[in-house]
Design a protein around this ligand. Sequence first.
Ligand code: SF4
Length: 274
Amino acid sequence: MAIPKKTPTLLDISTEDYCKVLKENKKLKLIKNVLETSLNHKTHGKMFSIVTSTWNPISGCLYDCRYCWAKNLALTKLKTAKRYANGFKPSLNTSEFRVRFGKGDLVFVADMGDMFAPFIQDKWIKQVLDHIRQFPEADFLFMTKNPKRYLELLPFIPQNTILGTTIETDIDSIITQDKVSIAPPPSERAEAMKKLEWDRKMVSIEPILQFDLNTLVLWLTDIDPFIVYVGYDNYCNQLREPSMQQTLQLMQQLSETALVIKKTIRPARFEDSK
Ligand code: SF4
């Protein structure tokens, strides 16, 4: 088969079209492989490669994840910004509602916070959703560690959105024992994502923590995301990491049903020090 001269990107084929056709035609394996290659090629370690820009009408978060780069940024380099005057407490940034979006944009909304967390007011979220609704030609990515809020707000969520969550592991006790985060445990996030009926779902397994392969693959199969990002911690947070071989095995198994895109893939810290 001839190799296409220009590798298509996800922006050449809309994620919505891709998901619809994928459900109808399993022969799309070829397109999936091309997209996977293209998106993996675009990966720059820290940002999701499908994203073209970020937009923060809501910022701040109280989940206190140990590995939170956003909080760290807000309390250091961005500490003089008005929206971080109260540290990383949630705020509605009204000046952001002047921003316009267009065709080809895939905007990561509130990457400096968690806008579906319980401590964010409904009316703030609805204001963001109303703004997004004005730009049907653009696509928007949400990520939260509280996806059950997607279920509550589903009637208000515009179609041009990708609904995502982070699942670092299937082992809740690692999160609690190691004080990784006070967000809802991964099992609760997985349950909500399984219930969520939405064409474009995304899961980020980042920073990846030790996991049980069969359980995590089963969770992801049930959630049925069209895209999964996998990556190790980018900083030195001393997290309980799986071996690189286990991670590669996970990626290979998930790749049977989803686009699997790598972020930072490296040996676990304990392997490095051997
Ligand atoms: S949920 Fe996200 S924004 Fe909130 S503390 Fe954790 S990593 Fe930071």
